[in-house]
Design a binder for this molecule. Structure first.
Ligand code: DX5
Ligand code: ZN
Length: 222
């Protein structure tokens, strides 16, 4: 089953509770939460207190994408705030294996994220110990950018490695996905699809959510 993870970065921040209710009621399974520190990426978004406030109002899986330097300093805050999955960037973790262990010891699922120019080789040592690999198909920092097709090629490669080695991680795509390029995206074999501007930037986020879920179903029944 394909999973939709709308990114809250494109939502109306003055009414987050209502915004996320729209997509949850329409059937979205995950909420993708983009945390940015203004150092690792050239933008600042929100942190653990916002996630904690929203946790009371939603049963969706909270998929937290940490675009921050020194993520290990803040993992506990995000776990306590109610994150289900903590995604750290390979580029920010000199001791990636240790960071993954730390996430697990906090009771969360661990994800490892790679920027468009980071090769799969860099994350090979943790593939047997993470629940998710997040493949970025835009340079992290902003919603509404264009998908980089070259970066998407890593997805079928990861899925091949997963099959060959009998591993279990899910693969998530993040950046520039829309209903227009969705077929191409799904053909990579990806499991979880992040969509920011295509959902929260749409006139009706609820309708956009339903359109994505319908397209998943059609693709799977093809
Ligand atoms: C970018 C973020 C994405 C972003 C996706 O740094 O990680 O999650 O919000 O937005 P779209 O789907 O509009 O590219
Ligand atoms: Zn993201």
């Amino acid at each position: 089953m394909k999973i939709l993870a709308p990114s809250m970065l494109s939502a109306d921040f003055s009414q987050l509770k209502e915004e996320i209710a729209k997509i949850e009621n329409a059937g979205a399974q995950y909420l993708h939460l983009d945390v940015m520190d203004g150092h690792f990426v050239p933008n600042i978004s929100f942190g653990a207190p916002v996630i904690k406030s929203l946790r009371k109002h939603s049963n969706m899986v909270f998929d937290v994408h940490l675009m921050i330097e020194n993520p290990e300093k803040y993992l506990e805050d995000f776990a306590k705030a109610g994150a289900d999955i903590l995604n750290v960037h390979q580029e920010t973790c000199p001791e990636l294996e240790k960071t993954v262990d730390m996430i697990h010891s906090l009771g969360c699922k661990a994800g490892v994220t790679i920027k468009p120019d980071t090769p799969i080789e860099k994350i090979l040592p943790v593939l047997d110990n993470v629940e998710m690999v997040l493949v970025m198909t835009v340079y992290p920092g902003f919603s509404g950018q264009k998908l980089i097709p070259e970066a998407m090629k890593k997805i079928p490669e990861l899925i091949k490695i997963r099959e060959e080695k009998g591993l279990k991680f899910t693969v998530q795509i993040d950046g520039g996905v829309s209903l227009k390029n969705l077929t191409e995206v799904l053909e990579t074999g990806v499991d979880i699809i992040v969509a920011g501007s295509a959902v929260f930037g749409a006139e009706s986020p609820a309708d956009a959510t339903k359109d994505f879920l319908k397209a998943f179903e059609e693709f799977e029944n093809k």
